[in-house]
Design a protein around this ligand. Structure first.
Ligand code: G3P
Length: 227
């Protein structure tokens, strides 16, 4: 299973990369806006910087909603770096753009997927990744994880090469559930990945190891004082 970090924040991307477990980065227009980056040139440079920080794929989203402009924007994004994946929303125009990019050898991530039918269309159009938004389904009291399960079943039925990139994952539980189902990738904030480290018994166990060791050293110092 691949781990992508879902942020445009360079410090978080650097920290994630330093862990040695990060396979890529996903961004979206909201995450870019959050970093206060203004203007097309600055945004393109930001994506280039991100590509320099991680070894894996970096999703960069088009802003346009019509086919022609999506194609223009996507080609500009793809020209930044070979590891850029053009993120395109699941609309009729988006589907046409994914199909166009696929024929041109430009990799795509079809975003804003909330139903198996949308993912099926994106896979048929040749998307490299589909991004089902599990957290946002949970937000409206639908089981986001069930969408991941359906996509795994459908994609396996037909051996689609499109990878399931479980997005809008916001908790350690989401990550583990995705792993059990066999999502190809999960993207989430760095905090959710770091939360996987935590277990109370690990904390208690480590404290005990360290205090036992310190006590034995003190005892040894008393028994065999250094001269
Ligand atoms: O990058 C898309 C997705 O991961 C957004 O997540 O938390 O805004 O629903 P969220």
């Amino acid at each position: 299973m691949k781990f992508f970090v879902d942020t445009a924040n360079l410090d978080q991307i650097k920290e994630a990369a330093s862990l040695g477990i990060i396979d890529g980065v996903t961004t979206n227009p909201s995450l870019i806006a959050k970093e206060g980056i203004i203007g097309t040139e600055a945004i393109l440079r930001h994506y280039e910087t991100i590509c320099g920080l991680v070894d894996g794929d970096v999703s960069a989203e088009v802003i346009a909603t019509d086919f022609e402009t999506m194609v223009r924007e996507g080609e500009t994004l793809a020209a930044i770096h070979p590891r850029i994946v053009v993120k395109v929303p699941i609309t009729k125009e988006g589907l046409k753009a994914i199909s166009y990019f696929s024929k041109k050898g430009i990799r795509t991530n079809c975003t804003l997927i909330f139903s198996p039918g949308q993912a099926l269309l994106a896979a048929k159009a040749g998307a490299s990744y589909v991004s089902p938004f599990m957290g946002r389904l949970d937000d409206i009291s639908q089981e986001g994880i069930e969408l991941i399960r359906s996509l795994r079943e459908i994609f396996d039925n037909y051996a689609f090469e499109t990878e399931i990139l479980a997005a809008s994952a916001r908790s350690p539980l989401h990550i583990v559930q995705c792993a059990r189902i066999g999502a190809d990738v999960v993207t989430c904030p760095l905090s959710s990945l770091l939360a996987l480290l935590n277990h109370p018994l690990t904390q208690v166990g480590l404290e005990k190891f360290l205090s036992d060791y310190a006590r034995s050293q003190e005892q040894a110092e008393k028994t065999y004082p250094r001269v």
